[in-house]
Design a protein around this ligand. Structure first.
Ligand code: FES
Length: 219
């Protein structure tokens, strides 16, 4: 039913976008969104290095079947992001710090859909329709594909003024293709090209620190 997604790599500081990936071989399906991500980084200029763990997991057989991906998040540190591949898409797992969590509700007035009420069945499962858009507050799970035209946004976790972002930036993601910005719950800011929040994929915890991405209790 599911395959283990256990391999990981620490960030390569030479890839400043924070969305660089491990030096493991990549297949054609991966290249599609990795290439998009690299393009985004180039357009966005200097980016912030984000503590990052990359995981490519399922076997060819599992990927072909669209199998759920099992991810052990026990080693993910606060402020780090891990990316896994599910059905050919990048899925981000972010372990948010208490400060990052505290910043989320303050952003509501700046967001297009702060309560994630748009397309709920498509974008936000019922168990993620809350202040954090997640099952456990600290762990956010989201599909890293912009809802505008499908680029993969770049991680911009460092708060404060920086190129292409507002001075009161609290940390989140910038889709440099057309400038859409998302907070650390994948919620899109107002008046941006992207119409919707990032998708929260079906997922569930099968152990205290083990996620299954691609299936949930409802399924
Ligand atoms: S694809 Fe993200 S803003 Fe256009």
């Amino acid at each position: 039913m599911s395959d283990s997604a256990s391999s990981s790599a620490k960030p390569d500081p030479s890839h400043a976008s924070g969305l660089s990936f491990s030096k493991e071989p990549v297949d054609g399906g991966r290249r599609t969104w990795i290439a998009i991500t690299c393009g985004v980084g180039a357009v966005g200029g200097a980016a912030v290095a984000v503590p990052f763990v990359s995981t490519f997991a399922p076997s060819e057989r599992a990927r072909a079947a669209g199998a759920a991906v099992r991810v052990d998040v026990s080693t993910l540190q606060p402020g780090e992001m891990q990316t896994v591949e599910w059905r050919g898409k990048p899925v981000w797992i972010i372990r948010r710090t208490p400060e990052q969590l505290a910043a989320l509700p303050k952003l509501d007035p700046q967001l297009a859909d702060p309560k994630s009420i748009r397309k709920p069945d498509e974008l936000t499962p019922e168990y993620a329709r809350n202040e954090w858009r997640s099952i456990k507050p600290e762990f956010f799970v989201g599909v890293g594909i912009c809802t505008h035209l499908g680029c993969s946004p770049g991680a911009k976790f460092t708060p404060g003024p920086q190129p292409s972002l507002p001075d009161d930036w609290a940390g989140g993601f910038l889709c440099a293709c057309h400038g859409s910005t998302f907070d650390l719950a994948g919620r899109v800011f107002r008046n941006k090209p992207a119409p919707d929040n990032l998708e929260v994929p079906p997922h569930m915890y099968v152990a205290d620190n083990v996620l299954l991405i691609g299936e949930d209790k409802k399924a």
